[in-house]
Design a protein around this ligand. Sequence first.
Ligand code: B12
Ligand code: SF4
Length: 513
Amino acid sequence: MINNETARLDVALVYPPWPVLDDRAILQNSLPPLGLLSIASYLESLDYSVRIHDVHGEKLDDVILAERLRAERPRFIGISVLTNMSIPAHAIAKLAREVVPDAVIVMGGVHAEALPERTLRNSAVDYVVRGDGEETMREIVEGRSPRDIQGLSFREEGKVRNNPARRIEMNLDRYPFPAYHLVDFKNYFPAVGSYRNLPAINMLMTRGCPGKCAFCNSARTVLRTRDADAAVAQIKHLNQKYGIRQIQFYDDTFTVMKKNVLKFCKGLEAEKLGVTWTAYIRGDCFSDDMAAAMKAAGCHQVLVGIETGNAEVAARLGKPIDRKKYYEAVKIAHRHGMEVRASFIIGNLGETWQSMVDTLEFAIDLDIDLFQLNISTPYPGTALFNEVKQRGWLRHENWYRYGQGEMLYDQPQMSEAEIRCFEKYAFRRFYMRPRAMLRMLKRVANVRHIRDYVLAATVLLFGIHKKKGRSSWDCWTELREEDFLDLEFSEQPPFRLTYELRQGREFEELEHA
Ligand code: B12
Ligand code: SF4
C-alpha cells in the first residue's frame, strides 16, 4: 500500500519535546516512545510506509521538522501527547498543517485523550484518539468515516463528537515488536543510576495497572500481558541486531503477573545473553522466588513507587501503605543482590511538614539504594486533578510546568517555601550519609557512572543547573497554549478519569443520553 504514484509517505509519527526548562530532566532517561513505535510497527505490518520523528530524542527544531514533513508529504500525521509536552504538540500540529495542508492530523496519548474538547480547539488537529492507538490509527489510515471509528473524538457540526470507546485489546501479542528500526539508538540514553551496561533500550511486557492511585493516569486501567516467550525473543533480537546489553522495562508494575514473570526469567536465563535489566515492582507484588528468578535472568535493580511514609497521606493517595510489605520487599531484593530505587512524592493533599519528615525517615529506615523525590502534580484524567480543580486550588494550567518539580496547587496547611526547603533538605539528608555514599561508590562500574554522579550531585544536592544559553531548540519552550486554540465550543466538558474513558463508560452513557 505504499504510495508509489505520488511518492507520499503514508504516516509520520511525531514525539514532541518535553520541557527542557525543568533542569532535572537531564537526569532522566531519553528512550524511544514505545507507544508510537508500536503503532508504527503495526501499520508497517499492514504495508503502510511510516517514519518517526522524535523531536525530543533527536533534538529537532521547528525548521528541521518542517523540512522533513515537507519532503515526506505524509497523508497522516500522528502526534503523541503527555501533559508537559502538550503546548509544543499544538505548535507541531499547526506547523504540520502549514507544511502539508491536506494531511490528516491525529493526536493521541494520555493528555489528548483526557481533554479531547480542549485539544480539538486547535483547528489543526482533526482527530483525538482515546486509548490504545494501533487499531484506531489503522482505521483512520484505511479512510473509514470518523463516525464509524471507535475511540475517536472529532469535530462535527460545530461540536465535539466523542465516539464510544474501543474494546480493549487483551492479546498484546497480536502486535509486532516495536519498530526500533525507525529510530536511531545513538540519540538515546538511560537515567542516571539505572543501568549496568550500555547500550540500553526500553520495552514492555504488560499494559495497564489495577492500582487505584489518585495521582496516576494508569489507575484502574485494564491489565494485559504479552507472552513471556515473545518478550524473550524480543530481547534476543535487540541483543543480536543492535548489540543491546541493558533493558529498562517500562511496565507500570512488571511483577504483577507472577507466573508469566517466572516463565520469562527462565527463558531469558536459558538464552545466556548477558543482558542486564531493571523493572518496576510493587511492595505487594514481589516474592523471594520471583526475585531469585529475576536476578538469575539479569535484573540488577527494581524500582518501586512508595510515595509516602505517612499513613493518612497514603490513604488519600489511594495507595495505603503496609510498611511491613515494603521492608520485606527491600530485604528480598537485597538478599538477591538487586538494588532498590524508590520514588516518593511530597506536597500531597493533606501533607504537612511532619508527614514529609515521616516520608524521609521511612526512606532512610527502609535502607533503599536510590531515593527519588517528586512534587505532587495533578494531571488531567486523574482523581487528584479533579479534586484540586473542584476545590479551586489549582494555580494554573501552564502545562509546561507539569513536570513534578514544582507546586501546582495551594493548600491551606502547607506553603511552597516549606516544600522547596524540605526537598533540598531531604536529598542532602539521604545522600550525604556515609552509608549512602559508600553504596554509591560501590556501584561505580565505569567512567560514565562517575559522570552521572557529578551531574546528579550538582543538580540535586547543590541546586546548580546546566547553564541555559539560547539555542534553536528554544523554539519549543516559550509558547502559549491559547495561541493555538483558535476554536471555541460552548459545551462544558465533564471531568473524566483515564480508566473511565478507556473503558468507555462515560462516552457510552453520552451516546445513549
Ligand atoms: C516509561 C515512562 C516514562 C519514561 C519514558 C517516557 C517516554 N518518553 O517514553 C520516563 C522515565 C523518561 C518518563 C518520564 C516522565 N513521565 Co512517564 N511514564 C512512563 C510510563 C510508565 C510508560 C510509558 C509507555 O511506554 N507506555 C506504553 C505505551 C504503549 O503507551 P502510550 O505511550 O500511552 O501509547 C499508547 C496510547 O496512549 C496511544 N497513543 C499514544 N500516543 C499516540 C499518538 C497517536 C497519533 C495515536 C493514534 C495514539 C497514541 O497509542 C499507544 C499505543 O497503544 C507511563 C505510564 C503508562 N503506562 O503509559 C508514564 C507516564 C506517561 N509518565 C508520566 C509522567 C508524569 C512523566 C514525567 C512528567 C515525570 C517527571 N517527573 O518528569 C516525565 C515526562 C516525560 C515526557 N514528557 O515524556 C505520566 C504522564 C501523565 C501526563 N498526563 O502527562 C504517566 C502516564 C504516568 C502517570 N503518572 O500517570 N516516563
Ligand atoms: S502509581 Fe503505580 S500502582 Fe498506582 S496506579 Fe499508577 S502505575 Fe499503578
